[in-house]
Design a protein around this ligand. Sequence first.
Ligand SMILES: [Zn+2]
Length: 85
Amino acid sequence: MTNENYNHCPNCNWSATQVRERQKPGCPTCFTFHSSLLREIFIPHENTFSHHHAEKSTLRDSLALALEDEDYELAAQLRDQIEKL
Ligand SMILES: [Zn+2]
């Protein structure tokens, strides 16, 4: 008996390490299984040299809401937008 698979998504078998390395979930089940980790990945860190701080804040608020609603598709889009700023 082993708990080896404890930290692996039951659907795609991705571990938290794999999700972290790839910066994305392996499948929709990962969204619930690795939810706290994905939150960590999806919410970008404060950018110290942002020229678009206000816009970014708005996007980040929307992102937080999307994550709260577990709308990860929208969250991914918002994250891309934030990264492009
Ligand atoms: Zn998965």
